[in-house]
Design a protein around this ligand. Structure first.
Ligand code: ATP
Ligand code: MG
Length: 554
């Protein structure tokens, strides 16, 4: 369903590959998606997977999933599980086994020794703070470390000691010997290895030194035979280092790095670090909170895999750093759900209506379609009874301008049912309305044009009290009040206090039984909802609102 072809035609990376193929540069195209297992995946990652996966698929190449696990202090096996789960759910199949950067620790260590032997790396005793100070800024050139000119033998000896755990953490590190005056800060003797006395989820206690991202990433790409190493724009400068490392070690294959812009969405965050801040501060309930743009959050909210992929293919790949409107994501799911979601009636803010001229022991069976434009989706029965619920917002005591709902003394049609007229309001001690007494017009069922010229204000949804079941409705709004929350330090100052509203209402009694395999519904006039299976139980039925309907009747 998604715009695969357009994506292919417009995308600048595809053009590069097309050219490489024409020039017979590669026999087989190989891409990878390399997440760091330090959090759950988010929608930005889908953009990256769509790109890498579709390239491999298009050119009948290879697509790897590589867990980029070089920093055991922030990593966790539960994140690896969630990454796998998300990819499978999205329908992206990786080739062969899952790769891990840690698979290559032995080789990466060997290449570090090679650099030392070529006098291109040294063991530094500056601490992290001093390394930073010596590095300078864009305007101030860096300064050489006093340990930069050790002999190769001494460096080999010290690096071996690093590996054997003879130094405390932070005491020494291995750095590339490049150019402290380089215009590109990344090239000012970047750190290649640091000490971490941390057990690793894949390699256990084997290592107490771990390679940095810059050192391991290019080597992992080369070992796997990646042809096009695609990453986001913040790594543009690192490309020079990527090439420097591969040019200076004895590895045959040299992948090319290309950068594209990160996906950013209005009022939302696509950064694991920031999502973590929200979780730690209990602003959201966890990685799968439906207000987050994590894959697990979007899935729980009710987004389908196809709508998310559709969205990523539509926005395409560029080098422009722009921010995407949240409405373009929403329109993808709306488009899909409009076709597949059965319609139903649910009352979110119930107000009881008593039909005075309807007998209490009677019910009228009404046959209604599951989808107004798709008869193949079948029909179901609902019941009209003496007591029904309507939404509190659909009643007003007094006449209001442009108000098309029930008012005292006025008439409305109940969807798929009769016309009713409000006669009397009952209030409690506090002056709150507890119920409305109405009458119904017997001869108005199924008559579209009101022949007897009964003026109706509009059509409202309703539900029979006896054929309903309580449910909780979670309505989500933007998490932030600021459009662009990316690159902002104090994200907690821009929170939307009304990002979650919970309503205690009612659904049709047999709703979930009738649609056994379906969790998506359009509740008339309220929007598209998703049954939150995971967090519901026998006594608590939860529906998450995915999106409202396009504003028309409301
Ligand atoms: P985060 O800031 O969320 O931690 P990251 O880049 O550190 O993002 P990784 O797990 O290292 O996360 O990312 C795996 C891949 O996904 C990388 O190639 C990265 O460039 C890409 N990626 C991450 N965020 C986005 C995004 N917002 N849009 C597109 N691609 C992204
Ligand atoms: Mg990262």
């Amino acid at each position: 369903m998604y715009k695969y072809n357009n994506f292919y035609k417009k995308n600048f990376i595809f053009k590069i590959i097309e050219n490489d193929i024409r020039n017979k540069k590669y026999n087989i195209i190989c891409t990878r998606f390399p997440p760091e297992p330090n959090g759950y995946l988010h929608i930005g990652h889908i953009k990256s997977i769509c790109l890498n996966f579709s390239i491999a698929k298009f050119y009948k190449g290879i697509f790897f999933l590589r867990i980029d696990d070089t920093n055991p202090s922030t990593e966790n096996i539960k994140y690896i599980k969630s990454i796998k789960k998300d990819l499978i759910w999205l329908g992206f199949k990786w080739d062969k086994n899952i790769k891990y950067s840690s698979n290559y620790f032995d080789l990466i260590y060997k290449y570090a020794i090679e650099l030392i032997k070529k006098n291109l790396a040294y063991v530094d005793e500056l601490n992290i703070k001093d390394i930073k100070n010596y590095r300078g800024t864009l305007l101030i050139p860096g300064k050489n470390s006093p340990y930069r000119n050790r002999s190769i033998e001494e460096n080999l000896e010290l690096f071996k000691k690093m590996r054997l755990g003879r130094f405390p953490e932070g005491k020494v590190s291995l750095r590339a010997k490049i150019d402290m005056q380089s215009k590109v800060i990344v090239m000012r003797d970047p750190v290649l290895y640091r000490i971490k006395f941390q057990e690793h989820h894949q390699t256990g206690k084997k290592w107490c030194i771990y390679p940095t991202y810059d050192f391991s990433h290019c080597i992992a790409d080369a070992i796997e035979g990646i042809t096009h190493s695609l990453c986001t724009l913040e790594f543009q400068d690192n490309r020079i280092l990527y090439d420097w490392i591969l040019n200076n070690i004895s590895i045959k294959h040299h992948p090319k790095q290309y950068e594209f812009s990160k996906l950013k969405i209005e009022y939302g965050i696509t950064s694991k670090r920031n999502i973590n801040i929200l979780i730690k501060n209990k602003i959201v309930s966890g990685w799968d909170d439906p207000r987050l743009l994590t894959i697990s959050g979007l899935r729980r909210k009710g987004y389908t895999a196809s709508s998310l992929k559709d969205f990523c293919y539509r926005i395409g790949i560029t080098k422009q750093n722009n921010i995407i409107e949240i409405s373009s994501l929403e329109s993808c799911i709306r488009l899909e759900l409009n076709k597949i979601a059965p319609r139903a009636m649910a009352v979110l803010r119930p107000l009881k209506i008593i039909i005075d001229n309807f007998p209490s022991n009677k019910k009228i069976k009404l046959l209604i379609p599951n989808h107004p434009n798709n008869k193949n989706m079948g029909y179901k029965n609902i019941y009209f009874t003496k007591e029904i619920y309507i939404d509190i917002l659909d009643f007003s005591e007094i006449e209001k301008k442009n108000y098309k709902r029930l008012i005292l003394g006025g008439k409305v049609r109940l969807r798929y049912s009769f016309i009713i007229k409000a006669k009397k309001i009952i209030k409690n001690k506090n002056g709150n309305i507890t119920c409305i007494h109405c009458i119904y017009y017997k001869d108005t069922l199924g008559i579209k044009i009101d022949k007897k010229k009964r003026i109706i204000k509009g059509i409202i949804h309703w539900i029979s009290c006896s054929y309903s079941k309580p449910a909780l409705f979670y309505l989500y709004n933007n998490l932030f009040i600021k459009k662009n929350i990316n690159n902002i330090d104090n994200i907690l100052s821009f929170l939307n206090k009304k990002s979650l509203l919970i309503y205690n209402g009612f659904i049709e009694k047999n709703l979930l039984q009738l649609n056994n395999n379906n969790q998506h519904f359009q509740f008339e006039r309220e929007g598209y909802f998703f049954f939150d299976k995971k967090y519901s139980n026998k006594n608590k039925i939860i529906f998450n609102r995915i999106i409202s309907l396009k504003k028309k009747n409301n």
